[in-house]
Write a protein that binds this ligand. Sequence first.
Ligand SMILES: C[S@@+](CC[C@H](N)C(=O)[O-])C[C@H]1O[C@@H](n2cnc3c(N)ncnc32)[C@H](O)[C@@H]1O
Ligand code: SF4
Length: 370
Amino acid sequence: MFNNLYIHVPFCQSKCGYCAFYSMPSANPDAQRKYVDEMEWQMNEYTCVEPFRTVYVGGGTPSALPRKLFERLFLGINASLRLEPQAEITVECNPETVDVENAALISAFANRISLGVQSFSPELRRLLGRRSGNDDIERAIALFRRYNIERLSVDLIYAVPGQSLTAWLNELQRVVDYGVTHVSCYSLTIEEGTMLAEQQGVNAVDEDLSAEMWWATGEFLHKNGIERYEVSNYAVPGQECRHNMNIWHGGTYLGLGPAACSFDGHRRWTHPADLPRWLTRDPVEMDELDCGDRAREIFAFGLRTASGWTKEQWSCLEPDICGAMTWQDILELPQLPELLRQNLLVFEPERLSPTEQGLAFWDDVAQAIL
Ligand SMILES: C[S@@+](CC[C@H](N)C(=O)[O-])C[C@H]1O[C@@H](n2cnc3c(N)ncnc32)[C@H](O)[C@@H]1O
Ligand code: SF4
């Protein structure tokens, strides 16, 4: 029923200044053990025999789990769930949590690492409230290389107050120098209630500079053989994150863990973003839309990717979704001529995709469609 698996590990060593994701800083060992006990139980309950194509263990900081629990989580996934032999298995890691033992354990289980660098500049990392030092970043990259991890991705944040365009391009140069083949670049969002909002105010991001940095990122990475394939994601061709690509294209996913979201191709539901409530199996929050609205939503999300939609891809969605909005219906959407005229979308035979402009202004494209 589900093709992709997401596991949310809701523990971190401390809370970063900008982060609004659900995670508990400095969690106690008892809570972590209960979390893994419950995760094992839930994985055991899953009976579908269709294997998962991708697994994404994210958080939070999965690599902050004590080693024994981390190992149990991986063993539980392998023992209780079926994975395709070539499944893409990603684990998110924070550099300061990667030591020899962790790197060996993760590399034995996963074939893809998403490393949360955020910035190579110690000053900017301090401003963001990150724990890692440059030596942690270097060590983590060297260890994953030593253990032959197939694919390494790095997360970076730009438009941090005080960061110039030149400083940002230097960050990208570091990614290129390390030979990293995938990078996710997010413009800083200062969310209400975070430490950064208190210190800098919610309007501290220079949106014009952020836009300038977005365009410069595409250009710089392209010159270095790394292509933008989604609004915030860049890869050497062939190294794209399959898990996220599936999800942007309406793929089904099972989400396990507090705050994790699942999608069966039509309905979406979210587990409580609260460990105690998740442990007592409080009801999930349901998000149900009629088929036409869900189809429009899926269509808009696919347009976050540079490849957009092909007729064939669209026709592979759940029948009640692509039946509610057929490829022909898409071609006859009343908004389409204007989106094409504004050079936000481009139509080739059997494919509708965003232009660079359409990716830059994806919010406007989505708003027009929804
Ligand atoms: C939820 S985090 C988890 C990854 C891991 N714990 C870490 O910190 O590297 C996933 C990614 O989202 C991005 N992110 C989270 N909050 C953000 C924000 N407010 N603004 C921009 N990017 C953000 C960061 O790049 C981060 O690596
Ligand atoms: S950014 Fe990552 S490490 Fe920092 S609080 Fe959020 S999930 Fe935890």
